[in-house]
Design a protein around this ligand. Structure first.
Ligand code: SAM
Length: 318
């Protein structure tokens, strides 16, 4: 069974990128009157505690969401997280007054899950999506890990959202097929695997190829890690080819927070850098997305950057 638990990573720099992009897409898609169905093929547990055992063990939110909060002078940050967050922060130019609208929207949304001034709860994609949906919209969540699926079901049950939200304890790559195209012919698919197994890269491409055949006008957002591994390197290139062949527009946003090089400590022990960068590849992006990210991405790189390799890219085509 897989060992990846998103609770270790909740609120990290990859979540900041992923959830800011997700939110910006949803804001646009939900302006229309026709019902939208959102599919989250790899949903996770839905809600995370940033002061819980998992998050405290890795402290990844300290270099992600909490670092943003700190930079923008939000009042309270849990002490242990704040320390991680301040370790090597250069004083950023991004402030509460200058923060990009998409980033502010993201921070406000996460804040809405917390008591004023506290940052204990971090919403995963299922809760971010559900918070925005209207009555006519639907959300289908796939989660294959028994523990996370159980936690997700329990978290979702508390929303009393009835038939609007369905939790499916099944493989998201395969499970998506039976729902495309959705009755309203409007959908967003978020595909956010853990890439714990190498075959996930090929399965993303196969799922996207199949989905575009079944439902070419849907919006698709794929998160991917940028790590020194051929499959990871090839993924955005393959998605670009798929979109181009289908004649559909695409957008690729990446955020790098540090070098991917291995270093060593004083004792000569190799230090792995952890995840240095990630990307969101969107097919059929809303026309407003690029402009929103042009403002938000430089700020993410500025605030979340940990060394001189911090950077972003924003490409689009089709
Ligand atoms: N999308 C979530 C968020 O943004 O809050 C995080 C998801 S996490 C990166 C990936 C999740 O996918 C893990 O909880 C893992 O158990 C689950 N998973 C792995 N393989 C899967 C599969 N084939 N189908 C559905 N879920 C899967």
């Amino acid at each position: 069974m897989f060992s990846y638990r998103h609770a270790f990573h909740a609120g990290n720099h990859a979540d900041v990128l992923k959830h800011t992009v997700l939110l910006a897409i949803l804001r646009h898609l939900l302006q229309k009157d026709t019902a939208l169905t959102v599919f989250d093929t790899h949903a996770g547990a839905g809600l995370y505690r940033l002061d819980g055992d998992y998050a405290a063990t890795s402290g990844e939110a300290g270099n992600g969401f909490l670092r943003l909060v700190l930079a923008l002078n939000s009042p309270v940050v849990p002490v242990n997280q704040a320390r991680t967050a301040t370790k090597s922060v250069a004083i950023p130019k991004t402030t509460a007054d200058t923060v990009a609208p998409a980033l502010k929207d993201y921070l406000d949304l996460v804040a809405s899950f917390n008591n004023k001034g506290s940052h204990k709860v971090y919403p995963g994609s299922p809760f971010i999506i559900q918070r925005l949906l209207g009555e006519r919209d639907k959300l289908k969540l796939f989660e294959i890990h028994p523990t996370d699926a159980k936690t997700l079901s329990a978290n979702i049950a508390q929303l009393e959202a009835g038939r609007q939200v369905a939790v499916l304890r099944e493989d998201g790559f395969e499970g998506l097929k039976k729902f495309l195209p959705p009755p309203s012919r409007r959908a967003l698919v978020l595909c956010d695997p853990s890439y714990e197994i190498k075959t996930d890269y090929a399965r993303v491409v196969a799922m996207m190829a199949d989905a575009l055949t079944r439902f070419a006008t849907g919006s698709y957002a794929v998160w991917y890690p940028i790590i020194p591994r051929p499959e990871a390197h090839d993924l955005p290139r393959k998605l670009k080819t798929l979109a181009t062949k289908a004649g559909k527009p695409w957008l690729n946003a990446t955020l790098t927070v540090k070098s991917s090089k291995l270093t060593s400590d004083e004792a000569g022990e190799v230090i792995r850098p952890g995840l240095p960068a990630s990307g969101m590849f969107v097919i059929n992006p809303p026309h407003t997305l690029k402009a929103a990210l042009q403002l938000a991405l430089p700020q993410m790189a500025e605030v979340l950057g940990q060394d001189k390799h911090a950077s972003f890219t924003l490409e689009s085509g089709g």
